[in-house]
Design a protein around this ligand. Sequence first.
Ligand code: ZN
Ligand code: ZN
Length: 141
Amino acid sequence: MQLVCPDCGTRNRVPDERLGDQPVCGRCGSALMASKPVALDDRSFGPFVEGTELPVLVDYWAAWCGPCRMMAPQFEAAAAQLPQVRFAKLDTEAAPQTAARHQIRSIPTMALFHRGREIARRSGAMPAAEIVSWVKQALGR
Ligand code: ZN
Ligand code: ZN
């Protein structure tokens, strides 16, 4: 299983049976399977989403957005329930290029990527249980 370090962008190979053993990046030591969402930016977004072999769920958000702030703990709770999905956040104010490239017109918007390709998208805040069931359905699980 190839996992990309959210901090330094290094592609790490982790045996599937070791995914639950809190693997860390061989270069910088950052957690590769953190149970909390990781923060991405214009530089790290592409390499992370394209290189991570597990599905990646991205929450596009901004600090000024009330519904985004309300959803943040729900997104974290959903992350804890779906360890086989990498949860990431993109601050659309800090990373305008990525937000524009992915045509994010309202926030919060969540997009699910698998092997670099976007396979599902939803706009609007959702509670954790709804996020979990939507992602499972989108992945056919
Ligand atoms: Zn690293
Ligand atoms: Zn897969």
